[in-house]
Design a protein around this ligand. Structure first.
Ligand SMILES: O=C(COP(=O)(O)O)[C@@H](O)[C@H](O)[C@H](O)COP(=O)(O)O
Ligand SMILES: [Mg+2]
Ligand SMILES: [Mg+2]
Ligand SMILES: [Mg+2]
Length: 375
């Protein structure tokens, strides 16, 4: 492994049991995952790994040479989750195995419950990356911050003043209902992009790419977000997707501080209690990523890394463990209070269309026959 060679970074995550309720991951699950991954590292399957947590989600961060969608790496993640699920069951943790929706692994964890963000990149001389980890929300929660990082000159000064970024970026957007995708160029198609990604429960940013002429090849992602939709897999509400993302930084890409800047504003996301409420996303260090109030408010953790020339993960640096984000946390508390005062009313509660994927239709079913025509 050396600078200029291809390396893959995979973040694969699943909720395999909460402690207590849906609030956090028990340390024994982290230890179990570490043991399985350490063995895989010894055997040479992966180069390096780190086991992170956000709320009740266990997150495996791995570097390797097997490319994206590798059955070996996905199989390793699946086995790791299975081993940790055994421990979750022994401890009687809540919702043990919650996100493992299929019984047997079939080559790829996509569509089986876990969330996946992976990118294969050509290692730069110095490779700073940030992995983001969210709990109690959905992939569309990344739309606003990723847009700001790569397309908003009021967030990212480099778009205006760095000749290496001035040409803008390309956004791959998925329509997660119709299972289609489109690539839009910024800055020229910013309004089209916003027309889609403002509808964050349907259109989600999957990847960001550089444009022709950038130092990084045009087909190499500079950001990738997990976009799995659990309710479509399970056919019933089994918790939110709780997405993850990987973002590369510096040297013709947003600087580390430009990557973090969008989270100084705790924007409203859907999720929170029962995946059914809008609320602010609170940027927190890992030790504070434990949703409590009304099972929330939703959290986001940012871990900073340098990838060494050998492909090692040098880190993590817990980036929101900084008083510079105290204001955002305080603002999130204020917004949480304001939203909570609405109780079961929209727009705190999600609109009916989004409630279809929760347990509410089960409640409405019993009223069905009591409706009569209005003259
Ligand atoms: O959204 C939630 C959990 O999501 P998650 O597991 O983090 O994907 C929680 O608010 C639960 O929906 C809530 O605690 C009720 O849980 P159950 O009692 O139905 O398991
Ligand atoms: Mg859970
Ligand atoms: Mg969760
Ligand atoms: Mg979940």
């Amino acid at each position: 492994m050396a600078v200029g060679e291809k390396i893959t970074i995979s973040v694969i995550k699943a909720d395999i049991g909460g402690w207590p309720g849906h609030s956090r991951v028990h340390p024994q699950l982290v230890e179990t995952a570490e043991e399985v991954l350490a063995k895989a590292q010894e055997e040479g399957t992966i180069i390096d790994f780190y086991v992170a947590t956000c709320g009740d989600d266990l997150q495996l961060i791995m570097t390797h040479k097997k490319g994206v969608d590798s059955s070996e790496i996905h199989g390793l993640a699946w086995r790791t989750f299975e081993e940790a699920t055994k421990v979750a069951k022994e401890l009687g943790l809540y919702g043990a195995g919650q996100d493992l929706l299929k019984d047997a692994f079939s080559g790829n964890v996509r569509g089986m419950g876990p969330g996946v963000a992976e990118m294969e990149i050509t290692l730069r001389k110095s490779e700073p990356i940030v992995t983001f980890h969210m709990d109690k929300t959905e992939p569309g929660a990344f739309n606003l911050p990723i847009f700001r990082m790569f397309a908003d000159p009021f967030n990212t000064a480099g778009l205006v003043i760095d000749p290496n970024m001035h040409m803008g970026f390309r956004f791959e957007v998925w329509d997660i209902k119709e299972h289609k995708r489109v690539i839009l160029n910024t800055p020229e198609e910013i309004y089209d992009l916003l027309a889609l990604i403002g509808a964050k429960s349907r259109y989600v940013i999957k990847r960001v790419f550089p444009k022709e002429g950038h130092k990084i090849a045009k087909d190499e992602p500079v950001a990738v977000i997990s976009t799995e939709k659990l309710y479509e897999i399970a056919g019933e509400y089994v918790g939110k997707d709780d997405p993850v993302a990987i973002v590369r930084a510096q040297s013709g890409l947003p600087a580390l501080g430009e990557v973090l800047e969008p989270f100084a504003f705790p924007h409203l996301v859907s999720g929170w209690m029962r995946g059914s409420h809008n609320g602010p996303i609170m940027p927190v260090p890992m030790h504070q990523a434990n949703p409590t109030r009304f099972d929330g408010p939703p959290r986001v953790v940012a871990l900073g890394w340098q990838i060494s020339p050998e492909g090692k993960l040098v880190g993590p640096v817990d980036l929101f463990d900084d008083p510079a984000f105290d204001g955002a946390r305080q603002k999130a508390v204020e917004i949480a209070e304001y939203m909570r005062r609405h109780g079961p009313f929209e727009p705190h509660r999600l609109p009916m269309e989004d409630m279809e994927y929760t347990t509410l239709p089960g409640v409405l079913e019993k009223l069905k026959d009591r409706f009569e025509p209005v003259e």
